[in-house]
Design a protein around this ligand. Structure first.
Ligand code: KG4
Length: 335
């Protein structure tokens, strides 16, 4: 361990997709600042993220965000003990902006660089809000780009239990929303509209019910919804999205609990943009058994942010796991 008596202060950078963020975290658990610039407005007219626009925007905003994160935390560059940035998975041009900035800071200040797996960082988010970090736990990661279930055994030790065979769950929300002309991102709009459904019935097929099948799949549901709309042009939109949401969320809840029970794990972390969904939170609580603990970050920490990057990097720091200055970016991870 490099240093243990004084608090450890890190700077985290996030630029994997359409949020640029810089954050200062103390001892891997206390957020001193968490500056986030969302590019949603820049991508809205395209109903999805445009990679070239994303990387240009990261480049334009990252220095200002770093300065304001330091200022809000009341510290200087010279107070930093390490710098961390997402290097996988994500859009290559976007990842490069954050990682290159972190490398420059690491080299200039002579402090360690820690390149972070974005998915692992999402699952760390609740441990920045007072939850005690205790391994192992189940980690269900649900966002616009990923739908995956892990058994998390320690820092850097994520065992893949199941992932989507096609679309990510957030992508399904976004595509249905786009088809119905409801706007982008689809998740929050669909959640709100579903609440207004008068008839709360689920008329879409139940997904992948074979015992022992740990995969997720959303392209079949998306097609079923689109066909239903084509065949029933008069159908009530709120009732359609209600039914879609129930099917989409039911699969997540069923897979999470069945795998956790099979593996005998009682701590269940649910993270990523879709974890902000209130109906999902209800379903998780309804299906929870007495000794199971559901751990979900607050909505702000469900979406992409650099505090979670800086937080998980602290776990690497105290285990002397650093990254070389020639670390690369990766659009995908092996699992
Ligand atoms: O983790 P995230 O911010 O970033 C990326 O994956 O890039 O997740 C964004 C995704 C989008 O697909 C969005 O539609 C979905 O999370 N999302 C939601 C909700 N809020 C955001 N999905 C369902 N219900 C929500 N309330």
């Amino acid at each position: 361990m490099i240093k243990n008596a004084e608090p450890l202060i890190g700077l985290g950078l996030e630029s994997s997709c359409d949020e640029t963020s810089a954050s200062i975290v103390k001892n891997g658990s206390i957020i001193l600042s968490n500056r986030i610039f969302s590019q949603i407005e820049l991508h809205r007219e395209f109903s999805g993220v445009v990679p070239e626009i994303a990387s240009r925007s990261h480049l334009e905003t990252i220095n200002t965000l770093i300065d304001s994160a330091l200022e809000e935390a009341g510290i200087e560059f010279s107070n930093l003990d390490y710098v961390a940035a997402t290097n996988r998975p994500g859009l290559i041009g976007s990842l490069m902006i954050g990682l290159q900035s972190a490398k420059t800071i690491s080299f200039t200040l002579g402090i360690p660089l820690i390149a972070v797996n974005h998915l692992e960082a999402h699952l760390y988010a609740p441990f920045l809000e007072g939850e005690n970090l205790q391994y192992p736990f189940m980690g269900l990661l649900i966002s616009g780009g990923n739908t995956a279930l892990y058994r998390v055994n320690g820092p850097g030790e994520m065992e893949l239990i199941g992932k989507t065979a096609d679309d990510a769950v957030g992508e399904a929300f976004d595509k249905i929303s786009k088809y119905l002309g409801l706007g982008y991102p689809g998740g929050p709009v669909i959640e709100e509209l579903a609440r207004k459904a008068v008839e709360k019935k689920n008329f879409f097929p139940r997904l992948m019910t074979d015992p022992g099948d740990n995969r997720f799949s959303y392209s079949g549901l998306k097609t079923a919804v689109i066909n239903h709309i084509k065949n029933n042009p008069e159908a009530d939109t709120a009732e359609i999205v209600y039914s879609f949401q129930e099917s989409a969320l039911e699969l997540l809840v069923r897979r999470l609990f069945s795998s956790a029970r099979e593996l005998g794990i009682k701590r269940l972390v649910v993270a990523g943009g879709v974890a902000a969904n209130g109906r999902l939170r209800e379903l998780l609580n309804e299906n929870r058994r007495g000794d199971e603990k559901i751990i979900i970050p607050s909505p702000l920490l469900c979406t992409d942010n650099a505090a979670m990057i800086c937080g998980i990097a602290y776990q690497y720091y105290i285990n002397n796991k650093f990254s070389p200055l020639n670390s690369d970016v990766h659009s995908r991870i092996k699992n």
